[in-house]
Design a protein around this ligand. Structure first.
Ligand code: SAM
Length: 243
């Protein structure tokens, strides 16, 4: 894939995934530890998703969370735009119920082709819309509708607008951002602004019915100089498609 310097474009993600995690100094910022640390919201998925459908973890990165889902879903497909992320996902112990595919979630034709192969699916996204340019969101939402079909639902959890405040507080107290955050920014990655009200408005505009919405802070494994872990504030939606 072509290298690029535009914020959050696929080329930046490719370069980032090639480097990150290659040394203890370059941790993956959203690698939060155990399944419970990574997805304390799992009960919402278990209650809200039809367990007979496949689960697609869209924008799965290095699969840190994807494989945990195999404990609950028969078929799990992890997709990501970055081949380098999926190479990292493949380096774990092979898991028979999970497979990884390179897929740009905004490539509507490619997403439709995946739906043709696996049928209606539930879709989990964590931190993926804010990891792409906002002008890609309409196609991403179209893709989600195709994947979910009539029976699937989407659970999308995205960094909240409070993240900038959290980082400003950290910089004010300790003089700089944590290294893992600086690394992402240097690679041309920065969370697109997606306040909770816009996240819900986006889904509604594209014909989704919001089953549940909320806020959640997840504790990262990034240590601040005072020994505390950096918390990431999130907003989430659980939605089904009425169109
Ligand atoms: C913040 S990371 C989150 C990774 C994973 N969901 C997690 O929570 O561990 C965002 C991910 O979205 C992926 N991504 C960005 N744009 C994408 C796109 N258009 N299609 C699919 N994945 C994309 C990136 O490569 C990256 O792995």
């Amino acid at each position: 894939m072509a290298e690029s310097t535009a914020t959050n474009d696929p080329g930046s993600w490719e370069s980032y995934w090639r480097l990150t995690g290659t040394s203890p100094d370059l941790p993956v910022p959203w690698q939060f530890g155990t399944a419970e640390d990574m997805a304390p919201y799992l009960p919402l998925l278990l209650e809200g998703f039809d367990p007979r459908l496949p689960l697609v973890d869209a924008g799965c990165g290095n699969g840190g969370l994807t494989e945990h889902f195999t404990e609950h879903y028969e078929i799990v497909v992890g997709t990501d735009v970055a081949a380098a992320a999926l190479e990292k996902a493949h380096t774990g112990a092979p898991h028979t119920r999970v497979r990884y595919e390179q897929l740009d979630s905004t490539d509507v034709a490619a997403v439709e082709a995946l739906h043709e192969r696996i049928g209606d699916a539930n879709v989990h996204l964590r931190g993926v819309l804010h990891a792409m340019a906002p002008d890609r969101w309409p196609d991403a939402l179209r893709g989600l509708a195709l994947l979910a079909g009539r029976r699937g639902r989407v659970f999308d959890i995205e960094l909240s607008e409070r993240f900038t405040e959290v980082l400003a507080e950290v910089a004010a107290r300790f003089g700089e951002w944590p290294g893992a955050i600086r690394e992402g920014a240097t690679a041309g990655l920065w969370p697109a602004e997606l306040p909770g009200s816009e996240l819900t408005a986006l889904y509604r505009r594209h014909g989704w019915r919001l089953v549940e919405t909320g806020e959640l802070a997840l504790s990262s494994r990034i240590r601040l100089p005072d020994g505390a872990f950096l918390h990431f504030p999130f907003n989430y939606v659980l939605a089904d498609n009425q169109t």
